[in-house]
Design a binder for this molecule. Sequence first.
Ligand code: MF3
Ligand code: CO
Length: 248
Amino acid sequence: MIVLKTTRELQIMREACRISAGALSVAGKAVEPGVTTAEIDKIAYDYIRSQGGEPNFLHYNGYPATACISINDEVIHGIPGTRVLKQGDIVSIDLGAKFEGYNGDNAATFACGDVSEEAKRLMDATREALYEGIRAAVYGGRIGDISHAVQAYVEARGYSVVRDFVGHGVGASLHEAPEVPNFGRPGHGIRLVPGMTLAIEPMVNLGRPDVRVLDDGWTVKTTDGKLSAHFEHTVAITADGPVILTTC
Ligand code: MF3
Ligand code: CO
C-alpha cells in the first residue's frame, strides 16, 4: 500500500530529512585519510541526537550502527568499525534520521583525499544519475520513468546499475511501497501523484552489475571487485514538481 502524506506530514518529513542531510554533511566532511569508519559513525550519531532526531538505521533489522559506510568495491550496508580510511578511497555514507515519527534517508559517496580520475567520473555520474531520476519524478509520470532515466544515464557512460537493491517509498516507515528500481521502462509502473515520498538511490558499478553479500550478513560488494558509488535523496512528489527533502 502506498501512503500519501498530508501537507502536515510533509512538514515533519522535511524536518526529519533536514536532520538526515545535516548528518550526511558532517559525516562526509569527516572523511579523510587516517579516520576510522566508527569515528564517522559517531559523528553522525551525535549530530542526529543533537538535532532531536533518532538514527533510524540503528537496530533496523538488527543493523548495529547509525550509518552504512561502504568503501571502494563495497556497494552498500558496510558496517562501521576499526577500518581506517586511506588516501584514494571512495567512501559511500548512507544514513537517516527519524523525527516525530517520520523518516529521512540519504546517501552520498565522498572522496578520501585525492582519488583517481576514474573514481571521480564514477561518483559524478552516480550523482548526476540521481538528479536525472529526480527530474523524472513528476506528477502524472510513472515509477518506470524514474527508473529508466537513471538507467539510461548510467549505461550511456558505460557503467552498470545494481539490480539486487532498489529505492523505496519512505515515511512513517523507513521502507515503504513502492519500490523504485534503478532500471526499467518509461511509462511503466505505478503513477506518481502528489503526497508520495520516495527515496531515489542509484547504486552504480564501474564494472558488472553483480553484487554479493559478505559473511557479516550486511556488507554488499561488487562481485568483480571494481568500484561502486551511491547517492540518495528523499524526494516528495508535488503538483509543482519534485521537491528534494534531504537538504540542509
Ligand atoms: N539505507 C538503506 C536504504 O537506503 C537502508 C539501510 S537499512 C540498514 O534503503 F539496516 F542497513 F541500516
Ligand atoms: Co534508502
